[in-house]
Design a protein. Structure first.
Length: 563
């Protein structure tokens, strides 16, 4: 398993529990965790936190971590999701070795355990419908009512359960329920359903089964079968722990310890699988790996690195209570990582042509540019400089606002790695009045790195040679929602209409000619960008991964001031 950015893991309440269990010799000093995803969707950043936690604990305690798919609901599961989950876990840097398991591996044993509970008088077949079961269940303030089928004989229950398995009854007509306590203050203990009849082809077992175990029944027993020591779950399973313990205690089997931690809630996004599926199915985003999605595949396509996500998970830590994590922390974790590893390049996203009128027509100079100032081992590159170049349209103003130090008529700026230039003329479209070209002069005594001139200017801007520029499409991704907490029934009302802007006529310096999907760069002054999967040598496509700094507050302010 790969190491995280930090070599010393943070202490937390889960590690304190494990430390105490090791000290007392519980589980013989072993540490064995598991990551148990449901193969009914793509993993998201919240799952990444759980992956890092479970595999990280196993790594740090010289233990083991299983990958186990909770494939107990074939109506929503697909092998596509299984493969995507495995890809995501591997990409994050973790290896389950030969410990790939499925709840379906244990269907026969789970059935036998259920028969054992029936023989003990602790489970019964119930004919109530799903709605009736909810009605009989009671509320937080009122006890439930016992099912009229609760006191069937053991023999009748065994016969009916076997016939359920054989497919003699319609879907939803019967369930197997645990016989616990309908007056329990914990609603999960009020005779929970263990099996339901569901005719659906399973992606591994086909049509062998028409009854499938519920999560609460399968979860603890799968942990027990695999000899898990610490079953680490998110906080919503805290109220399910008494049931987890009850099943294991009644059967007298090996008993892991369930520990709950707060799930990851990230600002400006949604984490519900149901809502993420809606975004995909309604075409609001372009699939599960859309770079605006919080899915691991979406983050990967956007340009996130596995190291940055592991670093983020470590910075977030493990809490006992729910809280909202600012997405800016995730973005900052990425910047911190890419700043060290991403080579620099110059790109002009909204080009404006500049003609340097006193520069020789056919002359080409090669300017030395540093590939990454944070890593001298990455060396430098040559950037061609010619009479005609492109600059960012935002780097020129015909009438500059106050404290605008970039290019405007009569002003001088330095071109990154090159010369100081001065704007001397502005060419406009005669019909629209739009600036289409600017004319400048350059000072040959001000070449970067060789300058003998004492001339100082207040701004340095980037550029690309017009003769050698490479055309590209650049997709500017931003946050999918424009409020911090897009919850509630009207959550789709908060979708950011400006979460994607596609720029078709971008100009790149020639060092980017042979880029491949997933190559990452810092475009100087603009942010970090990643080559998209759609990119080809004939049509290069970059995604904006993250800006150089958090500009969201500025964007919001601008929108408010200019509605």
């Amino acid at each position: 398993m790969s190491e995280n950015n930090n070599t010393t893991p943070k202490s937390n309440f889960i590690r304190e529990i494990i430390d105490e269990d090791i000290r007392t010799g519980k589980y013989g000093g072993r540490v064995h965790t598991r990551f148990p995803p449901e193969p009914n969707g793509y993993l998201h950043i919240g799952h990444a936190k759980s992956i890092c936690l479970n595999f990280g604990i196993a790594r740090d305690y010289n233990g083991l971590c299983n990958l186990r798919f909770d494939d107990t609901n074939p109506s929503k599961e697909d092998v596509e999701y299984v493969e995507s989950i495995k890809e995501d876990v591997r990409w994050l840097g973790f290896d389950w070795e030969d410990r790939e398991y499925y709840a379906s591996d244990y269907f026969e044993q789970l059935y036998d355990y259920a028969v054992q509970l029936i023989k003990m008088g602790k489970a019964y077949v119930c004919d109530l419908s799903a709605d009736e079961i909810r009605e009989y269940r009671g509320t937080l303030t009122e006890p439930g009512k016992e099912s009229p089928y609760r006191n069937r004989s053991i023999e009748e229950n065994l016969d009916l359960f076997e016939r359920m398995r054989k497919g003699e009854f319609p879907d939803g007509s019967k369930t197997l329920r645990a016989k616990i306590d309908m007056s329990s203050p914990n609603l999960n203990m009020r005779d929970p359903v263990m099996y339901r009849i569901l005719r659906a082809t399973h992606h591994r077992t086909g049509d062998k089964w028409c009854i499938y175990p519920m999560y609460d029944w399968a979860h603890g027993l799968c942990d027990s079968i695999e000899r898990i020591t610490h079953s680490i779950c998110t906080l919503e399973f805290e109220d399910h722990r008494p049931l987890y313990d009850w099943f294991l205690d009644q059967l007298g089997v090996y008993h892991p310890r369930q520990i709950e931690f707060a799930r990851l809630n990230l600002s400006y996004t949604v984490m519900s699988k149901r809502r993420l599926l809606q975004l995909v199915e309604e075409g609001i985003v372009n699939g599960w790996d859309d770079p605006r999605m919080p899915t691991i595949s979406g983050l990967r396509r956007r340009g996130y690195t596995p190291e940055s996500i592991r670093y983020f998970a470590d910075r977030v830590g493990v809490a006992k209570r729910e809280n909202m994590i600012d997405v800016a922390l995730l973005e900052d974790s990425l910047r911190d990582d890419l700043n060290k590893r991403a080579p620099r390049a110059m790109a002009v996203l909204r080009p404006l042509k500049v003609v340097i009128i006193n520069y020789p027509d056919d002359k080409v100079e090669e300017m030395d540019a540093i590939n990454n100032p944070e890593d001298p081992s990455m060396g430098s590159r040559k950037v061609p400089f010619t009479k005609e170049i492109y600059i960012e349209r935002d780097d020129f103003r015909e009438i500059p606002p106050k404290k605008y130090y970039r290019l405007y008529p009569g002003n001088e700026v330095r071109l990154r790695y090159a010369y100081i230039i001065k704007c001397v003329d502005v060419i406009k479209d005669p019909q629209t009045g739009e600036v289409v070209e600017i004319h400048c002069t350059y000072d040959p005594e001000t070449r970067s790195g060789e300058s003998k001139s004492q001339k100082k200017v207040k701004a340095t801007i980037h550029w690309v040679s017009a003769r050698y520029a490479i055309d590209a499409e650049v997709r500017l991704y931003d946050r999918l929602f424009n409020v911090e907490d897009p919850s509630g029934e009207n959550w789709k009302d908060h979708i950011n209409p400006n979460s994607l802007e596609v720029l078709k006529n971008c100009k790149l310096e020639p060092c980017l000619k042979n880029v491949k999907p997933q190559d990452r760069y810092q475009f100087e002054r603009l942010g970090y960008f990643c080559v998209d999967y759609d990119s080809t040598p004939e049509h290069i496509v970059f995604n904006r991964t993250v800006t150089l700094r958090d500009t969201w507050a500025k964007i919001e302010k601008s929108v408010q001031e200019n509605p």
